[in-house]
Design a protein around this ligand. Structure first.
Ligand code: UDP
Length: 245
């Protein structure tokens, strides 16, 4: 496979076209941003760590019948993926209240939700990724009702698979963000990445101090320190859980 040209550069990845039709190369970056890119920094080795974690999680999901864009890892920090047209939606799944859910509803941090909450945000940096209602989503023609049903069904199944997987890692899956895209055959594939950048992951057995349990990008967002260590820790536990299969 040879790389052709840069197709797109986002906050965490650069996407290149390749000489294989329908195949793109994602290059994961160490750059970290938060609060709609108002806070910027780098996290050492984040690109290779997130690429490895995402790859393992995509493979785990594939074995449970979830279609993803993942193909393989040609080298550290690089992922070959199927080309898809990304829907401009951020699909957020929540099991425990944190982040914007607490800020917008007043629910106390750490409240266990009776059932998983599925939310849709408009992927639009200029507008600050606002929370959508279904009617607004249809108004903007961001997805059809059938596509939204497919996405909701997949997202709930992904939550089940990942919650179980992370449980085996001694990690509680608090919430996470997914992106979906359509391939040339109009198949809905899970795309983007699943990593400590896009999930809230709490060490299940690390004691009662919540901040001490955080193993995700909140360590960067909230200046909690030991950011690289947390990302490494998640990778090591994911690799161990995969080996234990
Ligand atoms: N998230 C993400 N990208 C975004 C917004 C949120 O990956 O642009 C993830 C975030 O890491 C968390 C979940 O989605 O795991 C829910 O985020 P929330 O709505 O609470 O927003 P935040 O508090 O991160 O601003």
């Amino acid at each position: 496979m040879s790389v052709h040209s840069k197709l797109y550069e986002g906050k965490a990845k650069i996407i290149y076209t390749t000489d294989e039709p329908g195949v793109l190369l994602a290059n994961f970056k160490d750059d970290a941003t938060a609060f709609n890119a108002q806070k910027r920094g780098t996290i050492a080795d984040k690109g290779t760590i997130n690429c490895s974690i995402s790859s393992k999680l995509f493979q785990e999901l594939e074995t449970h019948g979830i279609p993803t864009h993942y193909i393989d890892n040609p080298s550290p920090g690089q992922m070959r993926v199927r080309a898809v047209k990304i829907l401009p939606l951020e699909v957020v799944l929540r099991n425990i209240a944190a982040g914007s859910l607490c800020q917008q509803t007043g629910l106390p941090l750490g409240t266990i939700l009776k059932q998983p909450l599925v939310e849709f945000y408009y992927k639009n940096d200029q507008l600050g990724d606002p929370l959508l209602t279904r009617d607004r989503l249809y108004l903007l023609e961001l997805a059809t009702p059938e596509q939204l049903d497919t996405i909701t069904h997949l997202a709930l199944k992904i939550n089940d698979v990942l919650s179980n997987f992370f449980q085996r890692c001694g990690i509680t899956l608090v919430d996470f963000k997914l992106e979906f895209g359509l391939d040339a055959q109009q198949r809905m594939l899970l795309a983007d990445e699943i990593s400590p950048d896009t999930c809230r992951l709490w060490d299940t057995y690390a004691g009662s101090d919540l901040d001490g349990r955080v193993l995700d990008k909140d360590r960067f967002r909230r200046d909690l320190g030991n950011v690289e260590h947390a990302y490494q820790e998640v990778l090591q536990r994911v690799l161990k859980a995969v080996d234990g299969n």
